[in-house]
Write a protein that binds this ligand. Sequence first.
Ligand code: 6PG
Ligand code: NI
Length: 184
Amino acid sequence: PFIQPPQVEWASGALTKGPLLRKSTRIRDLIGIFADDPARQRLAGEHVVYDVEILATSPAEGELYTGVTHLYPGRVGDEYFMTRGHFHARREQGEVYFGLRGNGLLLLQNEQGQARLESVCAGSIHIIPGFTAHRLINTGSEVLSALAVWPGVAGHDYAALAKGFTLRVFEENQQIQVREAQNE
Ligand code: 6PG
Ligand code: NI
């Protein structure tokens, strides 16, 4: 007699029982995102960098979206795989990320270009305020999965980050290295 709601399998981040939208982002989609674009071009274009699954719920004002990002391990040159990253089109709208599995970083950057990095792991909670761009980075050797909840009206503004984030994260001598981005 009870409604069976959608479910997330905490260990893997798999969403089940819900009407789902799915999107894969591949190496060939990420032009100009990594510092070493020639290194990106040497990789197989069809290789999936991350998958996003979103519960197909209402986008109306006041409603919330729920989705899971699975960011695969890998590097473009020495730079770790990462999501494209965005401000919300409705800049004031925030978001919450919850780490589910794997190890990585959440790169946050305000409109003044000040950036900070939060460690993402199973159980981590990340409060992304409004007016803050966000990008996941997989610094580990396993899949990094994170659950997110954000307003349906938030939208995405990728163009506002055309000059990129001010920090980049690389692997150097098996260590995580954070560098200030070169003015591109
Ligand atoms: C959102 C969320 C999240 C994000 C994905 C992919 O606002 O929709 O932050 O679902 O979109 O992690 O990241 P990109 O949108 O930056 O490719
Ligand atoms: Ni977002």
